[in-house]
Design a binder for this molecule. Structure first.
Ligand SMILES: Cc1ncc(COP(=O)(O)O)c(C=O)c1O
Length: 418
């Protein structure tokens, strides 16, 4: 691994080598993570890193674009086919960059936007007060029903009628349930708003056809490629043909500079791979593992936000266990299980402490873990929650976690040997 860096910069080499070891030995359950294939690794570090290019095929600002044109045209066609979209922009750098591209395409400063509250499942780039967007556009937020912890569509509709936003956004980073895209699309139409779905978290599940697609209902669909799509650190935008020109302009020159052809190659590989039976089977198992984890944790006295999950995210309310998200995250980290503390709807605790954790099952599913192993993980989590500061308990849980995960290699043996 890294044979040249190994010779020229041992310090950096060692950090990367240690990270590989950490990932191999840990049960990674951060919901926004996945494991990139060796092809994605290879393409992300390819010769295309040397090429600077702006514009679109047929209208470039630099010469020497013949191969890059072939790449971008192929990637766009694959993305369109995979998601059944009329137009795709694959130049954006990430999920955040995809959202900025849509805003740049259709909004003017001061325009009204409606999106899901960050602390009830939304995302920073949907206008959170801590993101610079909140200074540019006028954001209004909808949330979830306190009882069901699912999107309150009636409140959303009422607010939309009252505010009459130019854009309504849905999709989130910690929303574990299906979203009724058709219903929100109808609401958006009735108030003359554009409708954008940020499917960053669920795009792999959508690609595999195991959950409904927002594409037929939304004007714009944005996504990152790292989450359930299991791709490189990048993003893309899908839209109807009528918005194609505006979106392309919103992306370049509207919100990015030269494109990253390395990750463009890697995501284009993913747009083909995600149509394979192998990928579809993994996504089916992701759904099964999510449900199994929610059930196993609930049966051990954890409260599951909204009662279950319809995707790869399980949101856990830890108040029934008398510990905070911060304490649980840190204790699990010592055990070798990686999750993140996360506010739950109507959380009385601050975002730095939280009453909950967000748990994702994509990476472990890619490694081959199924329901039997989920049961073992839930059991370890329960033991950790029962005594998060007891050293003997933590060490015993760590041993069990490591014994479990080492049966499921992160990459085939020898993948990184030179
Ligand atoms: C809903 C949503 N949108 C956008 C993003 C940002 O994606 P990226 O990290 O690729 O910029 C995230 C990341 O967590 C997300 O959850």
């Amino acid at each position: 691994m890294l044979k040249y860096t190994h010779k020229s910069d041992l310090e950096i080499y060692e950090i990367v080598a240690d990270e590989l070891k950490r990932q191999e030995h840990n049960i990674e359950m951060i919901a926004s993570e996945s494991t990139a294939s060796l092809e994605i690794m290879e393409l992300s570090g390819s010769i295309f890193t040397n090429k600077t290019l702006e514009g679109y095929p047929g209208a470039r600002f630099q010469a020497g674009s013949h191969e890059a044109d072939r790449l971008e045209i192929l990637g766009i066609e694959r993305a369109k086919q995979l998601f059944g979209a009329e137009h795709a922009n694959i130049q954006v750098y990430s999920g955040s960059s995809a959202n900025y591209g849509v805003y740049a395409a259709i909004l003017n400063p001061g325009d009204k936007v409606m999106s899901m509250r960050l602390d009830q499942g939304g995302h920073l780039t949907h206008g959170s007060p801590v993101n610079f967007l909140s200074k540019v556009y006028e954001y209004h937020f909808y949330g979830v029903n306190e009882k069901t912890e699912m999107i309150d569509y009636e409140e959303l509709e009422k607010k939309a009628e009252e505010i009459r936003p130019k854009l309504i956004i849905t999709g989130g980073s910690s929303y574990p349930r299906l979203i009724d895209y058709e219903r929100i699309s109808r609401i958006a139409k009735s108030v003359g708003a554009y409708f954008m779905v940020d499917m960053a978290h669920v795009s792999g599940l959508v690609a595999a056809g195991v959950i409904p697609s927002p594409v037929p209902h939304a004007d714009f669909v944005s996504s990152s490629t790292t989450k359930t799509l299991c791709g490189p650190r990048s993003g893309f935008i899908l839209c109807k043909k009528e918005h194609a020109k505006a979106i392309d302009k919103g992306v370049f020159p509207g919100s990015i500079g030269s494109m990253h052809l390395t990750t463009m190659a890697a995501k284009s590989w993913v747009f083909k791979h995600a149509a394979s039976d192998e990928f579809k089977n993994i996504m089916r198992q992701v759904l099964a593992n999510g449900k199994a984890l929610a059930e196993e944790l609930a049966s051990r006295g954890f409260r599951i936000v909204s009662g279950t999950t319809d995707n790869h995210i399980v949101m856990v309310d830890l108040r029934s266990k008398g510990i905070s998200g911060k304490v649980f995250q840190n204790a699990l980290d010592r055990v070798g299980i990686t999750v993140n503390k996360n506010q739950i709807p109507f959380d009385p605790a601050s975002p730095f402490v939280t009453s909950g954790v967000r748990i994702g099952v994509t990476s472990i599913t890619q490694r081959g873990l199924k329901e039997a192993e989920i049961k073992i993980i839930a059991d370890i989590m329960d033991r950790v929650a029962s005594a998060p500061e007891d050293e003997t308990n933590i060490m015993s849980c760590k041993k069990d976690a490591e014994n479990l995960i080492l049966n499921f290699p992160l990459y085939p043996a020898g993948s990184f040997e030179d």
